[in-house]
Design a protein around this ligand. Structure first.
Ligand code: FHN
Length: 435
């Protein structure tokens, strides 16, 4: 009997040891995940959408917090949210026309309101609004039909739920108030809904870690669950830190990788994962009725090209209005961007950047045996110099009209002579064939 007991104990210890070893094993992405990462990098341009009940107030997605609106008062907005003019077809067509290949939309932001039909909280668009419909389902179906990838933004931070207990002190990885285990379970259950109910979801974009840096977010369980439900789903987290185990892409907020003008990216060391950078079309994420700091089509094209040259995707944000429409300033500007991308997309989609560091005149993207020099800042010189070109350049031509461009290759790089060339006001692309 005693011997049996000792053997049972030994077995338990060994199993626990094995279990620990498994739990600590580093994440190994599947083949399907690696293919999804490559596809993600090929897409290059995405539409970010911040949309929620806050749009009614026309003051951005932080309005509840910034204006110190009590949660119970803020919640009343749900009763007025009735976006009768929302049309998934129009949104997807708008993204496609702009040359975007994927959409990342807020499924739940920091206000805790679920913009999808969830069974896990009555505070959602189907149950708590007179609209009673699920726009994310409509969007998912339309995206799938139109070949646009859909990713869901998901806030880790929640200003209203009692189990999250916003403002609570964190001790031993948990808020002192609230019920952390219940909150983690709630998120896991909602993520399961998002991944299993909505067709064709390809990515989850987390945000809000920065509010509770000392908390144990149980990412091993959360990321593990997502990859168990669908190994190809790309997980990213806007924690403003170096990538963590289990993540599939790294994002930067309002800064190109390597820059830190906003102060968010001080600790965002660039890792080896696919990169994405997000920026707003004006100065706001959620609809802001007073914000008229619209970026020009040229600024947006430059952002896209500069991201591509740094090997990153560009996720451009808009905040739709409470009626479900996208304001004309955005549609007009993005139609111009789309026309440019239509002509020059070859030098953006499917390319990789980073083999040549950014130059004062612009950046370089590469696809197979072709290099694209993007001259976004022509300056007052009659040539540009591309350093570190190891392959032999056999031909140089303007992408826009195929006209031959003079060049000279030296051991330290290639000189491209631009005098007399038909320059593009946004970005003059010189196509170099290399072998
Ligand atoms: O607080 C959010 C903000 O509302 C918005 O969602 C952006 C998007 O990158 N992320 C947070 C700030 O880091």
């Amino acid at each position: 009997m005693r011997r049996k007991l000792i053997i049972a104990c030994l077995m338990l210890i060994t199993t626990a040891g094995l279990h620990n070893a498994v739990a600590q094993e580093a994440y190994v992405p599947t083949t399907s995940n690696m293919a999804a990462r490559r596809n993600f990098q090929d897409m290059k341009f995405g539409l970010f959408i911040h949309w929620g009940i806050y749009s009614i107030l026309g003051d951005g997605e932080w309005v509840m917090h910034n204006e110190k609106i009590p949660y119970d008062s803020y919640k009343r907005l749900a009763g007025f949210f009735n976006p009768q003019e929302f049309n998934a077809k129009e949104w997807v067509a708008f993204a496609k026309k702009a040359g975007m290949k994927y959409i990342t939309i807020t499924s739940r932001h920091h206000d805790g309101f679920s913009m999808f039909g969830t069974k896990l909280s009555p505070y959602n668009i189907v149950d708590a609004t007179p609209y009673h419909k699920d726009p994310l389902m409509e969007l998912a179906k339309e995206c799938e039909k139109e070949g646009i990838e859909l990713h869901f933004y998901y806030s880790l931070l929640d200003w209203g739920r009692s189990d999250y207990a916003f403002g609570s002190q964190i001790v031993n990885g948990k808020p002192v108030k609230g019920d952390w285990d219940s909150y983690i379970k709630f998120m896991k259950d909602q993520l399961t809904e998002l991944i299993t109910k909505y067709p064709g979801v390809k990515g989850i974009w987390f945000d809000g870690n920065w509010e509770r840096t000392a908390a144990n977010w149980h990412y091993d369980e959360i990321y593990g669950l997502i990859h168990k439900l669908n190994p190809a789903i790309l997980v990213g987290n806007n924690h403003h830190l170096a990538p963590k185990d289990g993540e599939d892409f790294q994002m930067f907020e309002k800064d190109l990788p390597g820059n830190n003008t906003t102060g968010f990216s001080g600790e965002s060391k660039i890792g080896t994962l696919p990169l994405e950078t997000c920026e707003t079309i004006n100065d706001s994420w959620g609809f802001n009725i007073r914000d008229r700091s619209f970026k020009s089509s040229k600024q947006i094209i430059h952002y896209l090209v500069n991201a591509a040259g740094r090997n990153a995707n560009f996720l451009l944000n808009i905040g739709p209005m409470p009626n479900g429409k996208i304001q004309s300033e955005f549609t007009d500007t993005l139609a111009i961007v789309g026309a440019w991308v239509q002509k020059n997309g070859e030098a953006v989609y499917g390319t990789r950047g980073g083999s040549v560091p950014p130059q004062a005149w612009g950046v370089v993207t590469v696809k197979n045996k072709t290099m694209y020099a993007h001259i976004t800042d022509p300056q007052a010189v009659s040539y540009i110099f591309i350093p570190q070109v190891k392959q032999t350049v056999t031909k140089a031509a303007l992408l826009s009209n195929g006209a031959a461009v003079k060049f000279k290759q030296q051991p330290e790089g290639v000189f491209i002579y631009t005098a007399g060339l038909a320059m593009d006001a946004n970005d003059t692309v010189i196509k170099l064939t290399v072998n």
